[in-house]
Design a protein around this ligand. Sequence first.
Ligand code: CTP
Ligand code: MG
Length: 227
Amino acid sequence: SRFHALVPAAGSGSRMGAPHPKQYLDLLGLPVIRHTIDALLAVERLETVWIVLAPDDVWWAQYDWPHDPRLQVLMCGGATRAESVTKALEMIAQYVPDDTWMLVHDAARACISSAVVDRMLEALSEDPVGGLLAVPVADTLKRADKQGRVAETIARDGLWQAQTPQMFRIGMLRDALAAHPEVTDEASAMEACGHRPRLVPSDASNFKVTFPEDLAMAARILGAARE
Ligand code: CTP
Ligand code: MG
């Protein structure tokens, strides 16, 4: 079957608190999202890498991007991540077969390696549902009450932190998101439809650049990977 990637990059990066959306902040001399794009384009089996930008994005046009015909831009971002993904999928689904695998990957996970994406394709391409990269939770988890005291300790065994890519067939994913527009990731929409996505073990380096201190961490990870 065919494999595409979809990169939601229409957020404003409010938790980063920078004047520009975080996907355009400098990371080793390049915008954050450039690292994400380069890693995905290095995965040969990906036929197209779709980037979803906000309709009023004024930053993308200020940079040079790889001259690779597999790189495509859609200016159809919405108010939430789910809305950005949903609108893009509805557009793309008109042109590709329903069984096309779509790997949805956050622009802000710039430390993704093409090797781990390859491993994901290997693990899931024969799967009836698809799945997501994830890491087992290492810390003990506490649920807080409204006063900031521990209300409950949550056993960590069997708990995983969800990452992206999240890889599903475009037809099923489009229908799941249409039925469940409030989700924060693709897997949740699939789960709400009764599917059981597979967890593909990943590692902590594929974290999401969210807060200002995360940029230095991302630079260390990418720098180390180059050595
Ligand atoms: N995203 C998107 N459309 C939105 C919101 C988010 O395409 N309306 C994208 C972001 O650009 C990011 C990914 O979804 O690559 C993950 O979202 P998140 O890390 O929450 O990014 P932001 O929403 O931009 O950041 P914040 O929540 O701090 O505002
Ligand atoms: Mg957000």
